[in-house]
Design a protein around this ligand. Structure first.
Ligand SMILES: N[C@@H](CCC(=O)N[C@@H](CS)C(=O)NCC(=O)O)C(=O)O
Length: 228
């Protein structure tokens, strides 16, 4: 049985949705990143990067949400591209675009808008600009196709969904006016029973809600260097 280590934040939620869509048997194990559980030796034996999500599948460990999606897609054969070079190239391209563009730029936009101390105008401008630029490319793709890979709902849509849920927090409350095609996909996926089961995982556990000084210490360990 798969052990799925998660926090109800964007990268883990992509994988939660995939597990729910495919009906794989799994147990969810909460990792409360605001209390520092990601830094325990036990968790770092599964993910040395000390971030969620990660999983164990018997003797196999997998970490990083995109690696987990690809691992599960190879295992189940579900919600993946057709096995042709062209279809796989398109899938890998968009999947890596989400992994290396949407995720990091949105993460940094959130950090600088909501958590960093002043002065931060330069960093906010850079990451907000890049987050918008990436989401506009997803919006353009979804303007031309019902799903990221044309007419099939796949793991790429699930990767997009993980971060699309957070768009108002990342880009601002009025962002949906400019990203109608992303909103259309988000609403469609949110209506799926698998997405509702994935969202319900959060309520099974108690996660720390506040980002107080203790949470900042474990989430932003780099700040310790500024104090010395
Ligand atoms: N590239 C990694 C990024 C993982 C990541 O940043 N996870 C966040 C949640 S979305 C986390 O665990 N943050 C806690 C921390 O940075 O300490 C992936 O896609 O899995």
């Amino acid at each position: 049985m798969i052990e799925f280590y998660f926090h109800p934040s964007p990268n883990p939620m992509k994988v939660a949705l995939y597990l729910e869509e495919t009906g794989e048997s799994y147990v969810s194990v909460p990792i409360d990143t605001r209390t520092g559980e990601q830094h325990s030796d036990a968790f770092k034996a599964i993910n040395p990067n000390a971030k969620t999500p990660a999983m164990r599948d018997g003797e196999i460990r997998v970490f990083d949400s995109t690696a987990m999606l690809l691992y599960l897609a190879e295992k189940t054969g579900k919600f993946t591209a057709a096995n042709t070079p062209a279809a796989r190239a398109e899938m890998l391209s968009w999947l890596m675009f989400v992994a290396t563009g949407i995720g990091p730029y949105c993460g940094q936009a959130v950090h600088f808008k909501h958590f960093a101390p002043e002065p931060k105008a330069y960093a906010v401008n850079r990451y907000d600009f890049e987050a918008w630029r990436h989401w506009n490319l997803i919006n353009d793709q979804l303007a031309k196709h019902p799903y990221m890979l044309d007419d099939a709902y796949t793991l790429v849509d699930m990767a997009v969904w993980g971060w699309a849920r957070a768009i108002p927090f990342v880009l601002g409350a009025d962002a949906w006016e400019k990203l109608p095609h992303v909103k259309r996909l988000l609403d469609e996926i949110n209506a799926r029973p698998a997405a509702q089961r994935a969202e319900a995982l959060k309520a099974k556990f108690t996660f720390k809600a506040e980002v107080d000084d203790d949470a900042r210490k474990v989430l932003f360990p780099q700040n310790a260097r500024l104090a010395t």
